[in-house]
Ligand binder design. Structure first.
Ligand code: KIV
Length: 250
């Protein structure tokens, strides 16, 4: 099921991925021919109104994964393992199984070399795994913001080690979040599994975005690297104003 992504990389075909958290969005994205739909823990920020992803619970991820499952027929459905539910390999496996039981076909957690035992345990149990290195949103508080990774030689070397470690541990792909484009390019050329970039330049093997950023549905904050394709927030405002106006005028 996930072997095809390595083959896509070999053939030089770019992999497309977006997030979804509900049935209609998942169904619309699936019908548009995307390769991967991620139930990201970004749900905490763009749907649940939390400040960051550090408050997202497993129950919330299960709830949204169930909804997305109902809308996805052909894309690979990946679900995020939320913070504090993968502190040990055993806990990571329990969480991965819970997400798989509600319909996720693969799972993702944040971390490279430091999380090899968790990754090996998940993969060893037959659950496909997508890695996530670079800027790790679940660590945003410790990091003091969403900062570019891999600018210095030391950081680039550390990221390459992370990428090699997750590949060796059995990940079928790796998300590179806000990694300096040259470093993302170097990592993509150094491993055989595809890199899926977010804010990491054009030279990754695929791209992923938070759908709300792409369609302009979270107008209070748009990351610098996103070029929105639509302004859905404005459409919602206009529709609501139209309704309020027509109703009040009778
Ligand atoms: O939570 C998320 O949406 C993500 C990405 C966009 C990579 O992890």
């Amino acid at each position: 099921m996930v072997e095809k992504f390595r083959e896509m990389k070999r053939r030089g075909e770019r992999i497309t991925a977006l997030t979804a958290y509900d049935y209609p969005t998942a169904r619309l994205l699936d019908e548009s021919g995307l390769d991967i739909i991620l139930v990201g823990d970004s749900v905490g920020m763009v749907v649940l109104g939390y400040k960051d992803t550090t408050q997202v619970t497993l129950d919330e991820m299960l709830h949204h994964t169930r909804a997305v499952r109902r809308g996805v027929k052909r894309a690979l459905l990946v679900a995020d393992i939320p913070i504090h539910t993968y502190d040990t390999p055993e806990q990571a496996l329990e969480t991965a199984r819970a997400l798989r039981d509600v319909g996720a076909e693969a799972v993702k957690l944040e971390g490279g070399l430091s999380h090899v035992p968790q990754i090996e345990t998940i993969v060893g149990a037959g659950i496909p795994f997508m890695a996530h290195i670079g800027m790790l949103p679940q660590s945003v508080r410790e990091e003091g913001g969403y900062k570019v990774k891999g600018r210095s030689r030391e950081q680039a070397d550390a990221l390459l080690q992370d990428a090699r470690a997750v590949e060796a541990a059995g990940a079928f792909s790796v998300v590179l979040e806000i990694v300096a484009p040259d470093t993302a390019k170097m990592i993509s050329a150094s491993i055989e599994i595809p890199t899926i970039g977010i804010g990491s330049g054009n030279e990754c093997d695929g791209q992923i975005l938070v759908t709300h950023d792409l369609i302009g549905l979270f107008p209070w904050f748009t990351p610098k690297f996103v070029a929105p394709e639509a302004n859905v927030a404005e459409q919602i405002r206009k529709a609501a104003w139209g309704f309020v106006d027509r109703t009040r005028r009778g």
